[in-house]
Each structure stands twice: as C-alpha cells, then as structure tokens.
Write a protein that binds this ligand. Sequence first.
Ligand code: TGC
Ligand code: FAD
Length: 386
Amino acid sequence: MSPFDLLDVDSSLSAEERQIRGVVRQLVDDRVRPNVAGWYEEGRVPARELAREFGKLGLLGMHLTGYGCAGASAVAYGLACLELEAGDSGVRSLVSVQGSLAMYAIWRYGSAEQKQRWLPAMALGEAIGCFGLTEPDHGSDPASMATRARRDGDDWVLHGTKMWITNASVADVAVIWARTDEGVRGFAVPMDTPGVTVREIRHKMSLRASVTGEISLDDVRLPAAARLPEAVGLKAPLGCLTEARHGIVWGALGAARDCLETALDYATGRTQFGRPLAAFQLTQAKLADMAVEWNKGYLLALHLGRLADARRLRPHQVSVGKLNNVREALAIARQCRTILGANGVSGDYPVMRHANNLESVLTYEGTSEIHQLVIGQRLTGLSAFS
Ligand code: TGC
Ligand code: FAD
C-alpha cells in the first residue's frame, strides 16, 4: 500500500481489482522499471516484445468483452493504467492506444469480419494497432480534417496525412478517420497496403519510451469491407477518445505516485543542515499539499470508474477528470523535482522523466484548454468552438 493513500481509498476496491492491480504492479517492477531509463535515453522501446508480454497477461483491450479480451471492469482497467504509468507514460500509451483507441474502434464500430480478423490477434499483442485522427494542420479541431476518402466503384481511396500517431511504425493496422461526401468515416487500414508510408518522429523531449510517427496515405485503395460500418460522423472517433481519456485520468495518478514515493524516500534519506530534508517544515508542507491533491485525484478517478461500470459516464465528466488529474500530476512531478535538488534533473531518478512525459499527456487526448471548454460548454450551454 502506498503511504500516499491517506484516505484509504484502496479499501473501496474489490479483491479482484486489487489482484489485477498487483499483477500489473509486479509486471512493471520486473519488466519496465529496470529498463525504462535506458529506453527513454535512447528514444526507443521494444514495443512488439512488450505488447506480447502485456497480451499474455490479458492487458490489451482488457475492458472489452469477447474476441479473447478479458472483460474486466472499468475500474480494473483504470488501476492497470495507473500501475503502467507509474512505470512510464509511454508504456501506458502503448496499452491505451492499442486497447482503448484501435481495438475499441474495431470492437464498437467494426463488422463481424473486421472483429474476427483483428481483435483476437490484438488482444494477444500479436498485432499492433494505431489510431490516426490528428493531422499536421488539424489537432484540437478534428472536424476540419483534410484526409479524404472517396468511392471508386466498390473501393475506397484514401488520401491525406496523419501526424503524431502513437505506435505508427510498429503497427499492423491503423484506424484512420477520413472525410467522405457523407461525413467522417473510419477505416481499418492494414499498414502493408500500397500507398501507406510511415515516418518516425524522432527527437521528442517527452514520451521518449513511446513510438510516434507520421502516416502518409497516398491514394490508398481499400475494399469496401475496410470501412468500419457502424462509425458514422465525428462522434465515432470522439467516442473512442472518451474511452482512452478515462484511462489517462487514472494513468496520470501513477506517474504522480511514482514521483511522490521517490521524493519521500529521497527527503527521508538526505541530510542538510544536520537534519533529513523530510524534517523541514517546508518539505512537509510540499508533501502534504501534494498528497492532498493526489488523494482528491484518486477519489475522482474511482468515482468516474464506478460511473463507467454503471454505464453512466458522460464525456464532460471525463473532461473533469482528465483536466484535473493530468494538470495536478504535472504540478506534483515538478514540485517533487525540487525536493530532489540537482538529482531531480538526473535520469538516475524517474521524476524529470515523468514530468517531461506529462507534458505530452497534458496535450494529447484533448489539451487542457479543450477540456476547460468542454466543461465551460456544459456549464453555460454555449459552445466556444463554433
Ligand atoms: P461537437 O459538435 O461537440 O461533437 C460532434 C459529435 O460528437 C459528440 N461528442 C462526443 N461523443 C463521444 N465522446 C466525446 N468525448 C464527444 N464529444 C462530442 C457530440 O455529441 C456530437 O454528436 P452528434 O450526434 O450531435 O453528431 O464537435 P466539435 O467539432 O465542436 O468538437 C468538439 C471538441 C473540440 C471537444 C472535439 O473536437 C475534441 O475533443 N477535440 C480534441 C481532439 C483530441 O482529443 N484528439 C486526440 C487524438 S488521439 C490522441 O491524442 C492519442 S494520444 C495517445 C494516448 O492516448 O496514449
Ligand atoms: P493545436 O490544436 O494546434 O493547439 C495548440 C494550442 O492551442 C493548444 O494549447 C490548444 O489547447 C490551443 N487551442 C486550440 N484550439 C483552441 C481553442 N478553441 N480555444 C483555446 N485554445 C485552443 N493523435 C492521434 O490522432 N493519435 C495518436 O496516437 C496521437 N498520439 C500522440 C502522441 C504524442 C506524444 C503527442 C504529443 C500527441 C499525440 N497525438 C495523437 C496528437 C494529439 O492528440 C494532439 O497533439 C492534440 O490533440 C493537440 O493538437 P495540436 O498538437 O495540433 O495542437
């Protein structure tokens, strides 16, 4: 149990939820923690290997049912995201893009044939998926996307560019969102289709233990069966984002917890002015304030998870969680860094890595500003977007 669970929120978890959390925590201790600083420094991650290991444990698409998916609760999925992100946000991204974006899109909107073709292999980590919504010129405003899909006989022909796509260069299938004459539609695009090329995005200063790429679609010809038949309009990709954002609400708490535990350990062990850093009132005030925020975030995540399990979770509620928990996790990571002094900027400790990662988490899956505006629209009844 973490010393930061001051309110004993853990006691509200079921035995099964705790058991799943324990398995993921062990996996992260064994497989991620010993290696992640090296992956981060090199800007590479063994995504395929990890996907297979995560698949064996049933972590990929774990909150989905059928097709080899574990059918776990939303809370159990959230706890898994928390533990994965305590290792590294990039590792959690690998799992959430696979399960909540690519697999969820096929599971929710795909044909029986598409589900059979992709989901069992994706659940096992034998096939990797990515999710192409963002474009070079259209990020927060996907309704303006420029990627086009036009009919040619029975076929579809896709043309455009998707940018900042997690897992792109290791993916077997991309869920691509494109504009058609009838509105936005989704396509399951095998990555070996002629006309699909991927450029890896290197030199990121954040989320370095994660694969990110640009996908170019140069008149990519697809059979009619490649279209996700149930995906109609922008609400289809936005529905996938709601799934993934819920995982991030939890995941950000994991990065924050790892920073807090590192800072507490450091402050207890290091002496200045003849006393441990932890004995100084200013250090205790920092730790106390951060712990209060962390507990509020944990309660919020658990509440949203329980709403999701009751099928009552609404998109604006997920915005509350994403906005708060990522913003507070980043503030916690930065504050913890100060407690470590110069060691706070060293890769020998995880704190700066988490802080840098959280800069991406703050931006992807809807920036803080977008979530503020979603909440603002809910409160005022007025959309700031249109
Ligand atoms: P708007 O008119 O509000 O909505 C269009 C339709 O969609 C419905 N809707 C949603 N449905 C489900 N979930 C949501 N979150 C939804 N938000 C809206 C809405 O009810 C409407 O339905 P209908 O039936 O009336 O047609 O659309 P808008 O164009 O005004 O845009 C709204 C806005 C700005 C909130 C939306 O575009 C947005 O969320 N923008 C942010 C884009 C974003 O988050 N991109 C993320 C890309 S994927 C990614 O970052 C992966 S990172 C890797 C990782 O996860 O680890
Ligand atoms: P912009 O939309 O250009 O925004 C720039 C700034 O302007 C932001 O601060 C924003 O909040 C602000 N802004 C924009 N509109 C408004 C407004 N109306 N009011 C007030 N402020 C506004 N996308 C995918 O599709 N799939 C992926 O797998 C994926 N993975 C990613 C991985 C990483 C590491 C990163 C960094 C991004 C990833 N993304 C992915 C893209 C991500 O979703 C976008 O970066 C995000 O949606 C923001 O878009 P943008 O970067 O174009 O910023």
